[in-house]
Each structure stands twice: as C-alpha cells, then as structure tokens.
Design a protein around this ligand. Structure first.
Ligand code: ADE
Ligand code: ZN
Length: 335
C-alpha cells in the first residue's frame, strides 16, 4: 500500500504532456461565459450539474463541436490558451503539446489561421513568463470532416511549420474513412518538416493502428490502446520505437474500458512499449493530469521511478527542437 506522502510526491512531479486538445481543454465555465457574452444558445451542451453532457463517443464529438461555436475570434483563443496553461501549470506541467485545428480557427483559411496562431502564441509566451510552462503546437485535422478539409489543415500546418508549430496530427471519428484517405495531407506535412501523430486504436482496433503506421507513417499514436490485441503489432511498435500517447482517464470516461484496472497501460508498459500519459480533454472527462497520476499510482502501484520514466519518454518523443528538449530534460532531472 502506498502512503499518502508518496502519493503526494507522485502527483506533484513535473510533467510532460503530449496529447491535449485545445477546444477539449476548455473549462465549462469558460465556454458558458463566452456563450453569454456572445448570446449563443448552448442548449444540450451542459448537464444540470454544469459539466459537459454526452452519452457516448459520437455524442461527445457533437457536444465538443457545439461548445466550440462560441470560440469565434483570435482573442477568444488567446483567452482560452491562457486559461488552459494556468491549469496545466497548476498540475506541474512543464512542457505541453497542444492540438490546434485550423478548421475551428479560421475555417481552413491560411491568412485567418495565421491570425489565430499569432494570438495563441502570444498567450503562450505570457504563460511561459508567468508560470515557466512551455507550449508547442500540433496542427490537427478532423477525420470526420473528410480528406479534402484535411488538406486545408495540412496546408495551414505547412505554411506555419517551424519552432512553434512542430507537428501535424489527426483526431475525430476513427470510423470515418481510411488512413490512406489522409495520406496526401500527412505527406504534405512531412515534406514541410513536421513530425507526425494520429489518433488510432482508440475505437478502430489494432488494424487502425497498423494503417496509421503504414499509410500515414506517423511516429506517435494517439491512444493506440487497441494494439494490445495484436502481438505482432506490438512487436512492430517496439521495433520501430513508436510512442503511444495514452489517455487512460479519457478511455474510461468514454467507456473504451469499463474501469482503469482493465486498461492495458500496465501491460503495454511491462512489454516495454514507449508509453506516455496525457489527459486528452480534461474538463470533459472530469480529470486533471494530477488525477491521472494519482489514479495510476493507486491502481497499478507505480512509484516515482515509473512516472519519471514516462516523463523522460515523453520529453524524448516531444516534437520540439533539441535545445528545448535539453531544457525540459534538465528540469526533469533536477527532480
Ligand atoms: N478529439 C478530441 N478528443 C478526441 C478523442 N478522444 N478521440 C478522437 N478525437 C478527439
Ligand atoms: Zn485526443
């Protein structure tokens, strides 16, 4: 049994988070405040207790997009960025990568996207000064918006690739289309020097992970938990050094697994797969990164060394430049 002191030390460790959606990290009160300012009707988005209300994954995506309607200007996104980074810093996050969607930030227009990005980066620079937290962006297409819209997201990504926009990814409904449908967009992003990740194996089974590796040539997988059903795929993930962005609280909240103790994270860790831990959309799933660490420590008996290893893996798998990575690793080592 772990004592309270040890649990407290674990929950307060410095953390590296690689999988966090910008709109998905919006606190309900933040969205309600904007809805009021802009007189937007958000009927059906919130439960009577004030939290986000959804029945299942597809309904979650609908509610997510409905809430996102109130985010209309670069200034709204700057305010959201500030709120998110305050919360991340309060959870001891020292480095975070966030999924940004040009579909929501300017509707895929490159000029508009640049304005949103500028506002987000300014807010991130302020948060870095105030809290010491470092943020980098991964431009993300939305699978159920289709391959044509993904190309506009990839173009936005390619046009703004650099030290801050460091990656390209894909979220959304995994049941829509095949990975191959999005290969053009991932190729465009790769050619622009961006590093690649995609959501797969959250809902689409091991096959979906395989397809993301083969057709999109990603080096990280968002979730990827369902790879556990295919030993040969796990071998491939190990051989190729693929990193899994695991979000156990999200998987339990969305009922991919009924309880945390049935989640394959410990099996994956014991097999030697490179795993990391993130929150995905924390206010939707009533979680924080501190909660995730506490729950994992209690459920699987993980000690500080296990969590330090996860964070070192995450820092090594981050899409930032080498100088930034060194700084992050140094801060982890000082713990
Ligand atoms: N977008 C936000 N959260 C997501 C999730 N868990 N899976 C797929 N797309 C998402
Ligand atoms: Zn996600």
């Amino acid at each position: 049994m772990m004592d309270q002191d040890q649990l407290d030390r674990i929950t307060r460790l410095p953390k590296v988070e690689l999988h966090l959606h910008h709109e998905g990290a919006a606190p309900p009160d933040f969205i309600k405040g904007l809805a009021q300012e802009k007189s937007v009707n958000l009927d059906g988005v919130f439960a009577p207790d004030g939290s986000y209300a959804f029945r299942d994954f597809v309904h979650f995506l609908n509610v997510y997009e409905a809430a996102t309607q109130v985010l209309k200007t670069p200034e709204d996104y700057a305010r959201l960025t500030k709120a998110i980074l305050e919360e991340s810093a309060a959870n001891d996050v020292i480095y975070s990568e966030i999924f940004l969607s040009p579909d929501f930030c300017g509707g895929g227009d490159v000029g508009a996207w640049r304005e949103y990005l500028h506002a987000i980066q300014e807010a991130a620079a302020e948060a870095e000064q105030d809290h010491g937290i470092l943020l980098r962006g991964i431009v993300t297409c939305v699978r159920h918006f289709g391959p044509e819209q993904a190309k506009t997201a990839a173009l936005c990504a390619a046009e703004t690739a650099g030290d801050w926009i460091v990656g390209f990814g894909m979220g959304g409904n995994e049941a829509k289309g095949t990975a191959k449908d999005f290969a053009y967009s991932f190729d465009m992003a790769r050619e622009a020097g961006l590093r690649l990740t995609a959501h797969a194996g959250e809902w689409g089974g091991a096959r979906s992970v395989q397809d993301a590796l083969t057709d999109l040539r990603v080096e990280r997988i968002g979730h990827g938990v369902q790879a556990i059903t295919d030993p040969a795929l796990i071998d491939r993930i190990m051989d190729d050094g693929i990193v899994l962005e695991l979000c156990p609280g999200s998987n339990v909240a969305l009922q991919v697994y009924p309880t945390l103790d049935q989640h394959p994270i410990e099996q994956l860790r014991q097999r030697g797969v490179k795993i990391t831990v993130s929150t995905d959309d924390p206010p939707f799933f009533h979680t924080t990164l501190r909660d995730e660490y506490r729950n994992l420590a209690q459920t699987f008996g993980w000690d500080e060394d296990v969590f330090m290893d996860l964070n070192t893996t995450a820092a090594q798998a981050a899409f930032c430049d080498e100088d930034t990575r060194r700084r992050v690793l140094q801060r982890l080592e000082r713990t």
